[in-house]
Design a protein around this ligand. Structure first.
Ligand code: G6P
Length: 612
């Protein structure tokens, strides 16, 4: 999704902006642009459709654009096709204002009509251009940059993170935010805005997160922040302790592969501090045992892979807590008139903490009285800040669009919630609890074992990357796991894929199985292994080529029927998907690699979806 970076300092801005934008490439984009306040007066804007490299070549790595104050943007098209003219920054007709925008201006049609009526000529099809044109319109009335910004913000509706330049005030950037992430970076005599900390971490680790309604004015003297009532705001600064290298590939050909291999370490960070003396201890959670006992309804709300974590979690949490758990897609939940009261717990799951639908669902649930416990990776993100309670996954920055280590750590944290709540409710069997804690302790090590044995997966992928369609089947936890395996595959390899609950096959899907159809049969869940086997036999009888995933305990049995078997180490039931997901991630990765796909930046997808 769109990326924003802005710089005010003493160095030439354009190379810094390009570098920042390159670190935001992973979010997904289709065009890029920069604007710099030129030392000769006026604003210099350069932008182009396509990869950032196209823009960089156009301006010789930024060398061609003089000036020490500027803004840059990577665009992910919503209103208007990807094109040079629709790219940001947008310049006002008189050339006085340049604007970059993330989000959607919902009332742009009405504003555009109004401005056209006033004689303003628009160049692009975007909603964002109205901000630049409206700024100039109001500025022509009041001759004050900040006042014009205030008037614009009062007029526009929707979501925005804005970076704005004014040729008449060449010493500053003004930034504003509502419902779209924007942070401020504090360097030594230089200051930044960014949609994501990775854009500026090379320059500073001191950041502050803007809140809805705030306006920031950046000059070389510092950053002044005002709230919507124009009152000064003292921002709380956060120190980012990620290593810059964590956002670089470190010798791996792709971020995705690097992040797959980082999972044992990420899991150690997520799990170890939360296990003490054989007990799950969620010190970072505020909820008391009494509050937990008072919840009568539990929802898990998320999008994409985070939703799939919820699908696994439902099985585990219901088993451990003997409470029904409803898993909802955030985009559906927010408009579903959900039945919520002050005895409702909503567990919100989000890697980025910025997914717009998830955020909107959170607000809906909160407004109806629910307690919000979120599982988030990005510290200080919007969802984290608006939740009553947050458990961080501590997975470190995830750059590849297709999530891997965030999924694994979210799942581990959700499992720990299940165990802690189960204990508080007295619903979990103590031997099972102890085995689960032991399993969690061993999980990172077992994952290393799975990763060490990945040669078979690569070989199988190299033989089966040409399918048009691939099915994942499984029951119970294996079904939930299949949903993620199938999503991963379609995201990065562009192969059509579906995941089915094996029991449903006979009710329709089996008609699609013919000679040579590839079916990934998941049979890790030992209690239903025999049933999984009979589904394997069914699809084989219709000519399917089967790749099976099971546990070491069942490998020999599976091999009697299926020639291609992958296995994961034995563990307690609830942790099977945590191990099982890794071979599926690797399978998708190697299939996509064989097909020559852009693995870290799959077409049409964005890492952080900040529009509806
Ligand atoms: C996008 C990403 C997915 C992610 C989903 C939810 O679609 O491409 O990988 O699972 O958003 O994102 P979140 O940051 O809320 O977990």
């Amino acid at each position: 999704m769109c990326g924003i970076v802005g710089f005010v300092g003493k160095q030439q801005a354009a190379p810094i902006l390009l570098d920042g934008l390159s670190r935001l490439e992973y979010r997904g984009y289709d065009s890029a642009g920069v604007a710099v306040v030129s030392p000769d007066g006026g604003i210099d804007v350069q932008k182009s459709k396509g990869r950032l490299q196209v823009l960089s070549d156009l301006i010789h790595g930024g060398e061609d654009m003089k000036g020490c104050i500027g803004i840059g943007h990577t665009r992910w098209a919503t209103h208007g096709a990807p094109s040079d003219v629709n790219s940001h920054p947008h310049l006002s007709e008189g050339g006085k204002f340049a604007v970059i925008h993330n989000g959607i201006i919902e009332n742009y049609v009405e504003i555009k009509e109004f401005l056209i009526h006033q004689g303003v000529h628009f160049r692009s099809e975007t909603d964002s251009e109205v901000v630049a044109q409206l700024l100039e319109f109001y500025y022509n009335e009041c001759h004050d940059f900040l006042e014009a910004v205030g008037r614009v913000l009062r007029r526009i509706e929707g979501a925005y993170a804005l970076g704005m330049l004014c040729a008449d005030c060449p010493d500053r950037i003004i930034a504003a935010r509502k419902d779209a992430p924007l942070l401020l970076g504090y360097g030594d005599g230089e200051y930044f805005i960014a949609s994501d900390v990775t854009a500026i971490i090379k320059h500073t680790r001191e950041v502050a997160y803007m809140e809805d309604g705030e306006i920031a004015i950046l000059t070389t003297d510092g950053i002044v922040v005002e709230d919507a009532l124009q009152q000064p705001v003292e921002k709380q600064r956060h120190h980012i302790d990620w290593e810059v290298s964590a956002a670089e590939k470190g010798g791996y050909p792709h971020f995705m592969l690097k992040e797959i291999f980082e999972q044992p370490e990420a899991l150690r960070r997520a799990i170890s501090p939360r296990l003490k003396d054989g007990r799950v201890t969620l010190d970072d959670m505020k909820l008391s045992a009494e509050q937990i006992r008072n919840f009568s309804r539990i929802f898990i709300v998320a999008c994409g892979s985070s939703y799939h974590v919820g699908m696994v979690g439902k099985y585990n949490l219901e088993h451990l807590m003997r409470r029904s758990v409803e898993v909802c897609l955030a985009s559906e939940f927010r408009y579903s008139d959900p039945i919520i009261d002050d005895h409702t717990l909503v567990i919100v799951i989000s890697q980025s903490g910025e997914t717009l639908d998830t955020m909107a669902a959170l607000r809906e649930a909160k407004a109806r009285g629910a307690y919000i416990l979120s599982i988030v990776n990005v510290v200080g993100s919007s969802i984290a800040r608006e939740s009553d309670d947050v458990l961080y996954t501590w997975a470190g920055p995830e750059i590849a669009v297709a999530t891997t280590k965030a999924y694994s750590t979210q799942l581990a944290v959700l499992d720990m919630i299940g165990l802690a709540f189960g204990e508080a409710l007295g619903t979990v069997d103590s031997a099972e609890y102890d085995a689960a804690v032991e399993g969690l302790q061993k999980l990172p090590e077992q994952l290393e074992e799975v990763l060490a044995n990945c040669a078979d997966i690569q070989k199988f992928a190299s033989e089966h990357f040409n399918h048009n369609s691939i099915f994942f089947i499984g029951r119970n936890l294996d079904y939930a796991l299949g949903l993620e395996g199938s999503l991963k595959l379609k995201e990065i390899s562009y192969i059509h894929s579906e995941a089915y609950a094996s029991g449903e096959l006979k009710h329709g899907t089996i008609s699609l199985i013919e000679d040579g159809t590839l079916v990934v049969a998941l049979g890790t869940y030992g209690r239903l292994f025999d049933k999984a086997m009979s589904n394997v036999v069914e699809v084989k009888a219709r000519g399917a080529d089967v790749l099976a995933l099971t546990t070491d305990a069942h490998r020999a049995e599976m091999e009697k029927t299926v020639p291609n078997v992958l296995s994961i180490p034995n563990t307690v039931d609830m942790l099977l998907p945590s191990l099982g997901v890794v071979p599926l991630q690797l399978f998708s990765y190697y299939v996509a690699l064989q097909r020559g796909c852009d693995i870290d930046k799959p077409r049409n997808l964005a890492k952080s979806v900040t529009v509806e």
